[in-house]
Design a protein around this ligand. Structure first.
Ligand code: NAP
Length: 381
């Protein structure tokens, strides 16, 4: 199967590394014949080309997109689908942003678009969803979808290091981008939960309806509160469905130490599904990194090679409504005045546990405080 690889950075290099070595399983039947890089200064072998039209010649059956970003990959993927080439991508942003259009375009051209690597990196999230759905209905998912924030929270918990110091360390180790906003503000998890929800419930969910809280303002006091209550702070993405409504949100949570998620350390991911017959099944592994992520991309290529049924449906229509998720919340802010009527327990002058409320009420109160340093987390005290 002839492949055009778009992008030769962390993931792209891993993909060409695995396929070019050609010595394991099905990789012998895969061949990369074109690699799109930015310009001649990046060309290290004769397969490299510098514009998308050169990459998409007639022999190519599959295009693998590992560029990153949104608009340029969207135009490359659209072009490839319109030329009736299958597409494999590791790019959650472009998939979650243009899900409807891309799935429809693949359908119209009778080809597949698949994106295993875009959620959970090396963990087989999408193929497990396909596998589980053959027999079962998945009612909910939850988990640690972002390795960078897990690394930061884990170091703060185990080594009592300040947030900024651990973030810098994560950047040096290549876990965090130079602009870490998508990770620490929860948007990376939002894209992944959107794609997970879409696949689980055969739908196309609106990214903007997902409620998101991040960990940008977390400090040692918050971590220590968890320790005192046999809990570990984690950034969690959750999705569940009842009737025609789906709840999806991203929020730091104090996870009880009896729960598996509390013990998933370092930069690992852990994604948990609840389904009718299988019950609860958790998948733990490397959510990023060159070779784990490339492994997932190559698995997608093998699925195409084997002619598996990879059609994706968006036929079900669900609205996101996070009103039904009711919880107590840990809130730390200098400006507690707007929370006065909702205090369940005062921890100290700037920290409370709220009475149970839904996420929209929480958001409304947080916005009123206008406190950029406010930190909020779900808590089950
Ligand atoms: N890294 C991971 O562990 C991981 C895990 C899961 C998913 N992903 C996803 O996989 C995708 C790729 O990530 P990555 O870490 O491999 O990023 P990366 O290291 O930045 O690689 C992207 C490559 O694409 C090139 N590129 C970008 N725009 C281009 C253009 N217009 N023409 C030609 N080349 C272009 C970049 O070149 P320049 O360097 O010149 O810009 C870079 O070499 C992203 O969507 C990311 O979210 C990554």
């Amino acid at each position: 199967m002839k492949i055009a690889l778009l992008g030769h950075g962390n993931v792209g290099r891993g993909v060409s590394g695995i396929i070019d070595s050609g010595n394991t399983g099905f990789t012998k039947q895969l061949e990369i014949t074109k690699i799109l890089v930015r310009d001649a200064s990046e060309a290290t072998d004769e397969r490299m080309v510098f514009n998308i039209d050169e990459a998409l010649d007639d022999d190519i059956e599959v295009v693998v997109e590992c560029l990153g970003g949104i608009e340029f990959p969207f135009s490359c993927i659209s072009k490839a689908l319109n030329m009736k080439k299958h597409v494999v991508t590791s790019n959650k942003k472009v998939m979650a942003t243009y899900y409807d259009q891309l799935i429809a375009l693949a359908d119209k051209n009778d080809v597949n678009i698949i994106f295993e690597a875009s959620v959970g990196g090396g963990i087989p999230v999408m193929s497990n969803i396909r596998h589980t759905k053959r027999v079962d209905e998945i009612s909910a998912f939850s988990g640690i979808f972002n390795g960078t924030t897990n690394f930061i929270l884990d170091k703060m918990y185990k080594e009592q290091k300040p947030f900024r110091e651990v973030l810098t360390q994560a950047q040096k180790l290549g876990y965090a981008e130079s602009d870490p906003g998508d990770d620490i503000d929860g948007h990376d998890v939002k894209y992944k939960c959107c794609l997970t929800g879409n696949m689980v419930w055969d739908t196309s969910l609106s990214l903007t309806d997902i409620t998101v809280f991040g960990i940008r303002t977390v400090n040692q006091k918050d971590i220590d509160f968890g320790k005192r209550h046999q809990s570990t702070l984690k950034l969690i993405g959750r999705g569940s469905k009842n009737d025609r409504q789906v709840q999806i949100f991203v929020i730091p949570e104090f996870i009880n130490d009896n729960d598996t998620l509390a013990h998933v350390g370092s930069n690992l991911n852990c994604i948990v599904f609840t389904s009718t017959n299988l019950g609860i099944a958790s998948y733990i592994g490397q959510g990023a990194g060159t070779f784990p992520t490339a492994h997932a991309v190559v698995q997608d290529l093998v699925s195409l090679l084997n002619g598996e049924d990879l059609k994706i449906s968006t036929d079900e229509k669900f609205a996101i409504n996070n009103k039904e998720y009711i919880s107590r919340f840990y809130v730390r802010t200098e400006n507690l005045v707007y929370f006065e009527d909702y205090i369940y327990k005062k921890i100290d002058p700037d920290t409370i546990i709220t009475e149970p409320m839904d996420l929209y009420k929480l958001k409304e109160l947080i916005e009123k405080t206008a406190d950029k340093n406010l930190f909020v987390a779900g808590v089950s005290l």
